[in-house]
Design a protein around this ligand. Structure first.
Ligand code: ADP
Length: 653
């Protein structure tokens, strides 16, 4: 065994930076993180042994700044750089600069990356190597008339692709010869804008296409293996949504053919490290060994690598590090086995019902299923963190493993049902609907599945009367948590007679809920001409599914959630005297120590309470002299913006 590095730098952010740090730590290596302004307080910075600020929030000013990243590695004494995925992971110039600085790049050589960097050149190379490629034109000449005549030869429909493409950009499906010229011009414009290169290739559009990719691995001693395949056919606009490993319906014959071709492709470029060979498969007549074609190679660790780890029992990041340090591949092909089935769902801050519009927001509430050997949560955020518009809005990858496909899929559905996010619009309900779609469930997937069923998969469910009632009860309980009246403890109150209250919620329209405390400690809610009762014993659990965050209340009902605008009467009262009479929580936190009571006269600067947030204590002091009218209760969890203290009106300014 060679000697591993003692310290590595991770040139990335988010979940993949956290993922790499975990393995590096387990292997006894020190870790260095890098971060932009927006990420100063992010999870990967907290997890790294040390972290270096590399610039402003936009990626071009930080995570793409090769020189600052290399400087950071040199300054901290890191010997190697792990690039994660995205950013500089497939930039051959970066690899050369890393090596010129005397550091090790944990990934393939610059020349391997270059060989696969452009889709047209990669296809030409694969043709020579004897790996089947998608029929089409991938020559250098780009005259529009030539391209148009090639398209006719190939036969419509065809797909125009930017040779420098990625993320589905610069890609156009063309149905007829008449539409070709316009589609070409538009693909070229997009390619030029995105990649600074407007050259294209043309491919036969594969019918009932499935995306099946093979994980390959090479070392610096000429060895190459595969770790089976993943199916990433569930896509929306060419982006992966739920992936799985192995591919459903895979036959032994097809697997041998695909994995053999993949290893051959990797060996053709002396590949070292983790790589993925993406194939497109014509599944119009099931999986057939003569109907798969090389699309491209990703010369890095893939987003969906955890599924492969689940079904092979290997740690691919460990393999990357060992191979980069000069070791042999940890296993030979005969020792790599496939066990069970895995799924990965990509939890995104996005609005599926509005064309998957990316969303931002503060994750005021974040709950994942507990991790276990059968469930992995790969995330780079914690409760209270923000999803900004600077980076990819992925919140987490939820990965499940079962003994078979059905098992793993059931586990995914139940994992999504207990995943709770409040503070941003998320795609949990869409993921859950897809996981439960009947074609998806039987493994009848192709890349057009989501688009065909998009309406049904992204339809917004109506909030039930029960959800509205819970939202109102939650608002009522928080509203009164700062006082001593019966509403302070909604559970089991039975001292005074019945107390009634009207709560109004906003959604698309105004929703009125009237709440009544009954003498036996039960609660009655009237909404939408329905009456819903919560017994004193059922209420706490029911209320736990409703979460307050600034100005809003979110109710979780399995994978579906409903967010209402909370009209907080206390806020309105505060606003009535210009807000000067109240003190709000500057951040979400826990009220630790309360030093004043209603009726107390306080002077400006007096400590009123201590708020614990992000493991730090913040003393909240009186902004002016006055008399306390209401103050938050000790032990209360408060959201950002919650009223902590109210002053008597006369005490203001
Ligand atoms: P990018 O690098 O932009 O992601 P890819 O070449 O990987 O582009 O293709 C992305 C997706 O587009 C594939 O996963 C597949 O769904 C679809 N696709 C690509 N080529 C074809 C083709 N020839 N026929 C049908 N669909 C295709």
């Amino acid at each position: 065994m060679g000697k591993l590095f003692s310290k590595i730098l991770i040139a990335n952010r988010g979940e993949i930076a956290c993922r790499v740090i975990r393995t590096a730590r387990r292997l006894g290596m020190a870790t260095v993180g890098v971060y932009s302004d927006a990420d100063a307080k992010s999870l990967h910075v907290a997890m790294a042994g040390e972290a270096v600020h590399i610039g402003a929030s936009p990626v071009a000013e930080s995570y793409l700044k090769a020189d600052r990243i290399i400087d950071a590695a040199l300054k901290t004494g890191a010997q190697a750089i792990h690039p994660g995925y995205g950013f500089l992971s497939e930039a051959p110039d970066f690899v050369e600069r890393v090596e010129a600085a005397g550091l090790v790049f944990i990934g393939p050589s610059a020349s391997s990356i270059r060989a696969m960097g452009l889709k047209d050149a990669a296809k030409r190379l694969m043709e020579i190597t004897g790996v089947p490629v998608v029929p089409g034109y991938h020559g250098e000449a780009q005259d529009p008339a030539l391209l148009a005549s090639r398209a006719i030869e190939i036969g419509f429909p065809v797909l125009i692709k930017a040779r420098a493409g990625g993320g589905g950009k610069g890609m156009r499906r063309v149905e007829t010869a008449g539409e070709f010229a316009d589609a070409l011009a538009s693909a070229q414009r997009e390619a030029k804008a995105s990649f600074g290169d407007d050259k294209v290739l043309i491919e036969k559009y594969v019918e009932k296409p499935r995306h099946i990719e093979v994980q390959v691995f090479g070392d610096n001693h000429g060895n190459g293996v595969h770790l089976f395949e993943r199916d990433c056919s569930a896509q929306r606009r060419h982006q992966k949504v739920i992936e799985e490993a192995p591919a459903p319906g895979m036959t032994p014959e097809m697997r041998v053919a695909m994995t053999h071709a993949a290893v051959k492709a990797a060996k053709a470029i002396n590949y070292s490290g983790a790589g993925t060979i993406e194939f497109i498969v014509d599944a119009s007549e099931g999986l057939r060994a003569d109907r798969f074609w090389f699309m491209e190679m990703n010369t890095r660790l893939q987003v969906e690598h955890p599924m492969t780890e689940m079904v092979t029992g290997q740690d691919l990041v460990e393999w990357q590090i060992r191979v980069a340090a000069g070791e042999l591949l940890p296993l030979t092909q005969d020792d790599i086995h496939l066990d069970g089935h895995a799924f990965e769902a990509r939890l995104y801050a996005e609005d599926a019902s509005r064309g998957f519009l990316p969303a931002t927001g503060t994750l005021y509430h974040l709950r994942f299923p507990p991790e276990a050997s059968s469930i992995r949560i790969e995330t780079g955020v914690r409760q209270g963190d923000t999803i900004s518009s600077f980076y990819d809005p992925m919140i987490a990858k939820i990965v499940t493993k079962g003994s078979d496909r059905k098992d793993a899929l059931e586990l995914l559905v139940s994992a999504l049902a207990v995943t709770e996010v409040a503070g941003s619009t998320v795609n949990t309900a869409f993921l859950s609907a897809l996981a439960q779609d009947e074609d998806f469930a039987t493994g009848d997937v192709d890349t057009g599945l989501i688009a065909r069923k998009q309406g049904a998969l992204t339809a917004l469910a109506e909030a039930s009367a029960r959800s509205k009632a819970l939202a109102a009860l939650r608002v009522a309980s928080v509203d009164e948590a700062t006082s001593n009246d019966p509403w302070a403890s909604l559970t089991g109150y039975d001292h005074f007679g019945s107390t009634a209250k009207a709560i109004s919620l906003g959604e698309s329209g105004e929703i009125s809920v009237s709440l009544t405390a009954e003498t036996n400690g039960a609660w009655r809610a009237e909404v939408d001409e329905q009456t819903i009762r919560f017994s004193p014993t059922s209420l706490p659990e029911a209320l736990a599914s409703a979460v307050i965050w600034p100005g809003h209340v979110t109710v979780f009902d399995g994978a579906v959630s409903h967010t209402f605008i909370a009209r907080d009467p206390l806020d309105e009262a505060a606003d009535a005297y210009g807000g000067a009479g109240s003190l709000r929580a500057p951040m979400p936190g826990l009220v630790k120590l309360v030093r004043a009571k209603p009726g107390f006269k306080v002077s400006k600067g007096d400590p009123l309470l201590i708020l614990e947030a992000m493991k730090m204590e913040h003393t909240i002091t009186a902004p002016h002299d006055g008399t306390i009218a209401k103050i938050a209760a000790e032990g209360a969890q408060v959201a950002d913006g919650t009223v902590l203290v109210r002053f008597e009106e006369s005490g203001g300014n």
